[in-house]
Design a protein around this ligand. Structure first.
Ligand SMILES: Nc1ncnc2c1ncn2[C@@H]1O[C@H](COP(=O)(O)OP(=O)(O)OP(=O)(O)O)[C@@H](O)[C@H]1O
Ligand SMILES: [Mg+2]
Length: 492
């Protein structure tokens, strides 16, 4: 059953690919248009229920095209995407009727939530063809799974934090360990669950716009400020503010966040009035804040305040006992998503998974299972589908902590027959892009490259469209039972 048609209009193929992949996974059908002209045709032939539109297209300004869409069908929801976050542009987009505004690089989970919200609203408003319940059933909520002792402790701590209404929580852990899932889990376990959880990725918003994003502004507060706009702290009233990648927050903003934590009050930009706020603040990072405090790049007072309730997620290599239950969960989930009927992993395959170091943590495990399911047409995932993971380990930099600032380890051994250094470089770039589902910001960070350098090298190696879209074979009807038998699971 198709949960709604989405037209993606963007000239960046990777963006189109990642959006289409996510949308298909949750049950939508998609069409892609790389130009305004193509989009015009597809508006007619495809008749979308939602348009995701890049603000700058090769042949037309995105906002102009938004106007065209709205003139054609004023009820058609349009999400605007842009690579340069600009509050004025956002304001224009909203005043032309855009439903949402997303800055690039985007967090795919956030985009997914935004789209889901739009469809739920649209369906509730319009007709009962796709009820919210149906949407929920098809789009299985993410679950936090794992039955090793550290996960059991984690579930307990999350529950305690949620029930006791801890006002500030710090979640630490390498990339891919589940910080975002834990944050949503705490929110959903708490009495705040019916109020919003609003996320700010401190690394992806330019420093000078972060204050506006968090606190909002009064009309005319600065040159581009339009009407009064509320910030994240007001949007999340009664709920949770998730400050993701807090290690990237500039020092002056850290001081302001500390003030909010202490006084529970803030002012909008250009505002006189002190606004009281009742939110829980959950901050997360994969950086070593303690070290940053010593180096003077993170405020000690904010760190000590946040650290009073700190949840540290252990890397997957230190909780390998969780792997079998996670594998079982991911197979069940992917069976349901792709309509497959995979029964499990062969014992030698599981051995391989248990022996591997998982520098990309649970995200990498999920991707490995997904890749194996694409390659395997039968019901058992066998060892050869995972052996690539081990091959790549010999190329890996040691002790990658997600930020991947660790030195190149002595594990890199030059083969006796020599090596083509460009091939090695290309392979690393491919692996980093795969590990982060095509997210250039994270891949660049992991490789120690600037975003521009990564873009340049992708072009040089012909990797602009890498990772390419997988085309799963759709077999039997979705099997949604027995997803998490032996493991503990918390829906988040
Ligand atoms: N315990 C878990 N059970 C099931 N899935 C998990 C678990 N931990 C992580 N995942 C999955 O791994 C992926 C990464 O998780 P998440 O985004 O929460 O990690 P993160 O720590 O926030 O990473 P980053 O620092 O890169 O933002 C997601 O697909 C998530 O669903
Ligand atoms: Mg995260």
């Amino acid at each position: 059953m198709d949960l709604g048609r989405v037209l993606i209009v963007d000239d960046e193929n990777l963006v189109c690919w990642s959006l289409a992949k996510m949308l298909k996974r949750v049950g939508h059908s998609t069409e892609i248009a790389n130009t305004g002209a193509d989009a015009r045709l597809k508006l007619k032939s495809f008749d979308p229920d939602l348009v995701i539109l890049d603000a700058s297209l090769p042949d037309i300004n995105g906002l102009q095209f938004l106007e065209e869409c709205k003139a054609e069908n004023s009820a058609l929801p349009v999400i605007i995407m842009t690579s340069s976050y600009h509050s004025n542009l956002a304001f224009q987009a909203f005043s032309l009727g855009a439903e949402d505004y997303i800055g690039k690089p985007f967090n795919i989970d956030m985009v997914e939530r935004s789209i889901q919200k739009i469809f739920v609203k649209k369906n509730l408003e319009k007709d009962a063809v796709f009820s919210q319940g149906r949407l929920r059933k098809k789009h299985l909520p993410d679950q936090l799974v794992g039955n090793c002792p550290s996960m059991v402790d984690l579930f307990k701590t999350m529950n305690t934090c949620a029930q006791q209404d801890c006002k500030t929580i710090l979640v630490l852990g390498e990339s891919g360990t589940g910080k975002e899932l834990v944050t949503h889990g705490i929110h959903n376990l708490s009495a705040r669950k019916d109020a919003p959880i609003v996320e700010v990725n401190c690394a992806s918003i330019p420093d000078n716009l972060l204050e506006n994003e968090l606190f909002g502004h009064e009309k005319g507060a600065y040159t581009d400020a339009g009407n009064r706009e509320v910030g994240v702290f007001e949007q999340a009233e009664g709920g949770t503010v998730f400050l993701d990648e807090i290690g990237d927050m500039p020092l002056n903003m850290q001081a302001k966040v500390l003030k909010i934590i202490e006084n529970r009050k803030f002012r909008r930009l250009g505002g006189q009035e002190e606004i009281e706020t009742d939110v829980r603040i959950i901050a997360a990072t994969n950086q070593n804040l303690h070290k940053m405090v010593q180096e003077g790049t993170f405020r000690g007072d904010l760190f000590y305040r946040l650290n009073m309730m700190c949840i540290t997620l252990r890397p997957l290599r230190e909780r390998k006992k969780c792997i079998p239950s996670m594998v079982e969960y991911f197979i069940g989930r992917l069976n349901a998503e792709y309509g497959r009927n995979v029964a499990g992993v062969s014992s030698s395959g599981l051995k391989e998974l248990m022996a591997y170091g998982w520098p990309g943590n649970v995200r990498e495990l999920r991707n490995a299972i997904e890749r194996a399911m694409m390659l395997e047409k039968g019901r058992i995932l066998s060892v050869e589908h995972f052996s690539k993971e081990n091959q790549s380990e010999s190329l890996k930099v040691g002790g990658c902590d997600g930020g991947c600032s660790a030195p190149v380890s002595s594990r890199i051994i030059l083969p006796s027959e020599g090596v083509c250094i460009e091939d090695v470089e290309k392979e690393y770039i491919k692996q980093a892009l795969s590990r982060y589902d095509g997210n250039q910001t994270k891949a660049a960070k992991c490789l120690g490259l600037s975003l521009d350098t990564l873009r340049y090298r992708r072009k040089k190696f012909g990797l602009e469209n890498y990772p390419t879209q997988k085309t799963p074979s759709i077999a039997a009807a979705p099997k949604e039972d027995g997803l998490v038998n032996s493991s503990r699971a918390i829906p988040v």
